[in-house]
Design a protein around this ligand. Sequence first.
Ligand code: DON
Length: 405
Amino acid sequence: MEGDSKMISPVLEYLERLHSKIADQLEGEVATYIPELARADKSHFGICLATIDGQLYEAGDTLKPFTIQSISKPFSYATALADHGYANVCQKVGVELSGDAFNAVSLDPKTGRPANPMINAGAIASTALMLGDTPAAKLVYMMAAYSKYAGCPLTIDEAVYISERDTGFRNHAIAFMLRNFGILEDDPVAMVDLYFRQCSVLIDCRDLAVMAATLAAGGNNPLTGIRALDEEHVASVQSVMGSCGIYDYAGEWTYSVGLPSKSGVSGGILAVLPGYLGIGVYSPLLDARGNSVRGIEVCKELSKYFGLHMFNVPHSTRAVVHRSYSGREVSSNRQRTAEEIEHLSLPSKRIRIYELQGELVFGTAEVVMRDILSIEDSLDYIILDMERVTGLNSIAYENYAERMR
Ligand code: DON
């Protein structure tokens, strides 16, 4: 590659391209069953990708606030697992698909146990497990737990909370049923109220991506370095997201996107590629199943383009840079022409060689691209030695081979 013009990250370039390709699509409807959500601006659309070492790539409206809604569910479940352990939590919430809508009063007829923590019944049961002697103490505890995932303090949208509380009769009914079976041990009114507040936590697209990246990084927030969740529970949370996170679209989602994910009715989608990155997308226009239309499209495109499907990505963590050095460090026995010698000895010819190895896929290629971009200004040539590369998927090929011309 000749360094005559500043390169922008190919990841960012692609996100911007994808954003403008999809921005004009205005299919779908904003949620109206919670009156306050109907006020959402249909044009808002943001995409953010966060790597497990804290690199953010953003396109569009990534700082527009919206309420977390059902995307809170895996994080309350995670908090419950961390505080009570799987055996205890499992007494109150299962891990099976319900096959019902998210707000169905779907409890085991004998035990009253909700099928999984991604439906409202299971979510209310998880929320009630927040530590604290009073609902107010539980709320403080919950906000602190969520903030660890996002890496910044979070607040509640009071208007959405009041709107949910005053219209969420079905959720009230679920909470009373849970109390009837002893799944809830506290006052059902207070616990469903806590759930309404939980759904009304304000986040933006960047927070979503960081929360996802925290799961991808095994529970450690990549921006703050603070541990949000013990590694032993991360796989459990991602498992329920993988099977139940997108409700009755879960099968096709796993097939075509292949990332544990969670959607919410305000239009957010969070997706995790374990060990590599988190994705946050926000667009409030929903399809008939209550998933963001543009959010689904973005996740499908990202997964296909970058080869992110979790059953496709090699789980090798081996560093892909075998060696990297400057042209001055290389001596050669090769006979050069006078012209070549003159060309190479020009002081402006700054050369860097990367000897790559192993599997070049999105996760490994992105790290090397970032290193190249950070020094690219001071280089005239970058040489990629692929001799030790054992595999190269199409996106890595595009990023390396074609762009390095
Ligand atoms: O329980 C409710 O109605 C909402 N507060 C949360 C709904 C939600 O996001 C459902 N999932 N997509």
